[in-house]
Design a protein around this ligand. Structure first.
Ligand SMILES: CC(C)(COP(=O)(O)OP(=O)(O)OC[C@H]1O[C@@H](n2cnc3c(N)ncnc32)[C@H](O)[C@@H]1OP(=O)(O)O)[C@@H](O)C(=O)NCCC(=O)NCCS
Length: 212
């Protein structure tokens, strides 16, 4: 009769790093988990692009044998020799939200980036995505830029930046334009694009050169 007796016990969530040996099953599951939050899915090439090169920066949350949350990211040299981590995709199944699962996944990805000597971490999120903005701001991310009509659906995005080292914070933190980074959209690719709720949006951040 007490409130507790009707409570559903909290799920036992297990966190793990993406394992390329499990690709045949995991990649498709990750893809469908993320796709369900987008109006159109990223192409398989985008997943491969991230997971083949930075599988060590992809973390999953599972309930039993079901993957219920994922973060996909990368780490590479950005302009000016800065090592920039980039969170490309983040999603948690609807019924598992607001339990801190995404926060934990993002923390794990950031910790792995720190091991990889990241100077900063960046991402884009739709300006109306209050859950994501709140989550990232609580982790210390700062709004560095507003990207007008960033997504193909016409929505604008915030670029959020988390400085990891004191040196360099003041340089590029608040407005990358001041650092001469005004050509943010010069490398648009055609095969995938943001359609709303994902972090990445336009593919220019993917920085790769496979054919269109
Ligand atoms: C954004 C998302 C990943 C958050 O996942 P989550 O596991 O619920 O996140 P957390 O539980 O770690 O939430 C951390 C904080 O985010 C905020 N938050 C989470 N869900 C929220 C919601 N529905 N509305 C407002 N704020 C929310 C809260 O501040 C929350 O902390 P609190 O529950 O103590 O208040 C999830 O809502 C999701 O998958 N959304 C669709 C895909 C997406 O938008 N991805 C992000 C792209 S950048």
């Amino acid at each position: 009769m007490s409130a507790q007796s009707t409570d559903v016990p909290p799920a036992k969530i297990v966190y793990s790093r993406y394992d390329s040996a499990q690709e045949p099953t995991q990649l498709e599951t990750i893809r469908s988990l993320i796709s369900s939050d987008l109006s159109e899915p990223y192409s398989i090439y985008v997943y491969r692009y991230f997971l083949y090169q930075w599988g060590n920066l992809c973390y999953m949350a599972s309930d039993g044998d079901q993957i219920i949350g994922v973060v996909v990211s990368k780490l590479e040299e950005h302009r000016g020799g800065v090592m920039r981590g980039y969170i490309a995709m983040l999603a948690v199944k609807e019924q598992y939200r607001s339990q801190g699962i995404a926060t934990k996944l993002v923390r794990m990805a950031i910790d792995a980036m720190i091991v990889g000597d990241a100077d900063e971490v960046a991402l884009e999120t739709e300006i109306t995505n209050t859950a994501a903005i709140k989550l990232y701001e609580r982790l210390g991310f700062l709004r560095s830029k507003r990207l007008h009509r960033y997504y193909l659906n016409g929505s604008s995005a915030f670029r959020l930046l988390l400085p990891l080292k004191s040196q360099g914070i003041h340089d590029c933190n608040h407005d990358e334009d001041e650092c001469g980074h005004e050509h943010e959209h010069e490398h648009d690719h055609e095969h995938d694009h943001g359609h709303g709720r994902e972090c990445g949006g336009h593919d220019h951040e993917h920085g790769h050169s496979h054919s269109h």
